[in-house]
Design a binder for this molecule. Structure first.
Ligand SMILES: C[S@@+](CC[C@H](N)C(=O)[O-])C[C@H]1O[C@@H](n2cnc3c(N)ncnc32)[C@H](O)[C@@H]1O
Length: 264
């Protein structure tokens, strides 16, 4: 478990609150270069590794994401996904969704509470062990399939809805760019993904780290979302209370043909 999480266990709640407030205030005033340096601090060792090796290492060592309920971290705990589950159930009906690609699916911890009756669900991840465990656990469910896929470069099954939750936030700008191009190439209809509408800065990071992303801001400048679903995220002292899943018509997303998304 990461040192940060171990230290938190021994600090009184008030001390944790003070530390988080200092962190939040600093992030608002520090130059972008410093913020990028900080975001990359723990992940320098991943600089020249393949995306598959990075996330297999994180999975194997349960290194960064904390939490005890899901290997995908506290953001995938049921207390942080309760309202999202209800909102997704409604979305599947309202938008007449009959096929879903959930990439990455992680350990399917909270997603298994979503009602996929009558819907073809494909869960995909880059970590082989996770896909194997999910496939074995849900083998009796005919409408649930788990496959090994790399969002960045593998051909993706054409689906009514592609769900990309808590993934781009861990990828470099170049990998996000290639993933979005790949999603567009699949011919799928809708994309719902994580975005932080009140965090305007989009940093470039080493894949495996983490930072907030705002797809309405530059360099993405995505169109107005069809729907914004706030996750009611409870953690981090309210710093990420804007954490949302935003829905787009994939055909409306414009990706620069010969360029890439440049971080700030
Ligand atoms: C924080 S977890 C989120 C999982 C899930 N979406 C959720 O909400 O619980 C991030 C996941 O992204 C997967 N991942 C990272 N890069 C990927 C890629 N290029 N293709 C497929 N999966 C990827 C990791 O293996 C990990 O399981």
């Amino acid at each position: 478990m990461a040192l940060k999480h171990q230290i938190r266990k021994f600090l009184p709640p008030e001390a944790i609150k003070v530390l988080r407030n200092v962190n939040t205030s600093l992030r608002k005033v520090l130059p972008v270069k410093w913020l990028t340096w900080y975001s990359n601090l723990k992940v320098g060792k991943y600089k020249d590794k393949s995306t598959k090796d990075v996330f297999t290492d994180i999975y194997t060592n349960n290194s960064f994401w904390g939490g005890t309920e899901s290997v995908s971290g506290t953001g995938s705990d049921l207390r942080n996904t309760k309202s999202l589950i209800d909102d997704l159930n409604k979305l599947l009906v309202d938008f007449n969704i009959s096929s879903v690609l959930d990439i990455p699916c992680g350990d399917f911890n909270w997603m298994n509470k979503v009602n996929y009756n009558g819907i073809d669900y494909v869960g995909a991840d880059i970590v082989e062990a996770l896909v194997k465990i999910n496939a074995e656990k849900y083998k009796e469910h005919d409408n649930l399939k788990f496959v090994l896929l790399n969002l960045i470069e593998d051909p993706l099954p054409k689906s009514d809805l592609i769900i990309v939750r808590d993934c781009f936030v861990h990828l470099s700008m170049e990998s996000i760019y290639n993933s979005i191009k790949n999603i567009k190439a699949s011919g799928s209809k809708y994309l719902i993904t994580t975005s932080f509408p009140e965090h305007p800065i989009n940093l470039d990071i080493i894949t495996g780290g983490w930072r907030t992303l705002n797809f309405q801001a530059k360099p993405f400048n995505f169109p107005k979302p069809v729907l914004v679903v706030n996750e009611n995220y409870k953690g981090s002292n309210g710093e990420y209370k804007d954490k949302s899943m935003i829905l787009f018509k994939i055909s409306e997303i414009v990706v620069p043909e010969d360029g890439y998304f440049e971080g700030q």
